[in-house]
Design a protein around this ligand. Structure first.
Ligand code: NAD
Ligand code: WQD
Length: 342
């Protein structure tokens, strides 16, 4: 397929991996990013990996006129994958309006532009956070969405609702929301990966930063959860597996293989891993004994959250392939690479 796909936030963690997979599959890619949480180096790395230079425009998608002008200049865009958003859960509670503005306005502006196009194909980065405090796992797409735990989580719920409502009245719009569980790891080249700003809030970057000596010690939040080893269980999915699902989802709507013009899929491995299992996997692949201690539970954490992936497996025809150890190894190779440049 050589159709032109717009990837918003395409220099970010997940977006950059998706640009690589799209280019590997022959798509023409145009990236929009405002570089608020990424840098131009990522574009160079994408070119090094794929040998292909994607088009790039530095645009802040909160600027409605810039969005409209962009679509006027690129009337041949065939699909949009929308990653651009702010994603720090804690920050969203301290600055909710930043999140409601950045995660909602660009989505509305893009959908307004798509209304002017005949074939409208749209993929949205959603999150398992839309399920809120679930009662049980595995979590299917039919699980009731509970109250969002944070303004960030709420923006993902609202985002999905906006797309669903728009699809109801616009049959030309084909959209898929992909609910990611816990994306981890990096590209096998170790040229692109996650670049957390400041102290990582997520487990895996904290583990690798502790392994390399940037952090002294990992705090494991809680050891008395009702799980086999007492630590929380999550569904850690390799970012490359996740990226491949986007290409499959885009092809599905482009080829009109979709059964409804709005669909939702969980993207996870379907297997839960505890915090201690993640630590063990890191120790195994790195040969390093990780310095960790147990601390109090973190507010808002639930004991277990992992995906039922049967819908994605059967209907999308996608399944994660890479193991936790492979994901941890790629995260570790990436951590070593970014620190070797300092
Ligand atoms: P990221 O911060 O690495 O990437 C987002 C990119 O969007 C960045 O390059 C940033 O500069 C850009 N951006 C932000 N606001 C913009 C704006 N107004 N205009 C143009 N560009 C803008 O984040 P990520 O981890 O790659 O996440 C991508 C998407 O996936 C987000 O929508 C996020 O909410 C969602 N998601 C992420 C996770 C995760 O754990 N990383 C889990 C579930 C869902
Ligand atoms: C994983 C586990 C922690 C750090 C978050 C967002 C969610 C989604 C994915 C975007 C938990 C434990 C963590 C540490 C620890 N993102 N932990 N010590 O909370 O499952 O999900 O990322 O949509 O919205 O909330 O991921 O990586 O923060 O935590 O013990 O220093 O690791 O308690 O059990 P989480 P996480």
């Amino acid at each position: 397929m050589n159709k032109k796909i717009l990837v918003t936030g395409g220099l970010g963690y997940i977006g950059s991996h998706v640009v690589v997979e799209l280019q590997n599959e022959g798509f023409q890619v145009i990236v929009i990013d405002n570089l608020s949480n990424s840098s131009m180096d990522v574009l160079d790395k994408i070119i090094e990996i794929t040998g292909i230079t994607p088009l790039f425009e530095k645009i802040d998608l909160r600027d409605k006129n810039m969005v409209s002008d962009f679509f006027k200049r690129h009337s041949d865009i065939y699909g949009v994958i929308h990653f651009a958003a702010s994603k720090a859960v804690g920050e969203s509670s301290n600055n909710p309006l930043k999140y409601y503005e950045n995660n909602i306005s660009p989505l509305v502006y893009i959908l307004q532009q798509l209304e002017k196009i005949k074939d409208q194909n749209f993929i949205f980065s959603s999150s398992c956070t839309v399920y809120g405090q679930v009662d049980k796992s595995p979590i299917t797409e039919d699980t009731l969405l509970k109250k969002a735990e944070s303004p960030y989580g709420n923006t993902k719920k609202i985002g999905e609702q906006i797309i669903e409502d728009t699809c109801k009245i616009n049959n030309n719009l084909n959209a898929i929301s992909l609910r990611y569980f816990n994306p981890i790891g990096a590209h096998s080249s170790a040229k692109i990966g996650e670049l957390p700003i400041g102290i990582p809030q997520n487990l895996v970057p904290f583990v690798t930063q502790t392994g390399i000596g940037i952090r002294e010690e990992l705090s494991i939040f809680g050891k008395d959860y009702p799980t086999p080893d007492g630590t929380c269980i999550r569904d850690y999915i390799h970012v490359v597996d996740l990226a491949k699902a986007h290409v499959i989802a885009m092809k599905r709507i482009i080829l009109k293989d979709n059964s409804d013009n709005y669909e939702v899929f969980n993207l996870g491995t379907g297997k839960g891993s505890s915090v201690l299992e993640v630590v063990n996997a890191f120790e195994e692949i790195s040969g390093i004994k990780l310095n960790y201690m147990f601390s109090e539970r973190r507010a808002g954490d639930i004991a277990a959250a992992f995906a039922d992936t049967q819908k994605a497996n059967k209907i999308l025809g996608w399944k994660s392939e890479l193991s936790l150890n492979e994901a941890m190894l790629s995260a570790w190779e990436w951590e070593k690479k970014i620190n070797s440049n300092i």
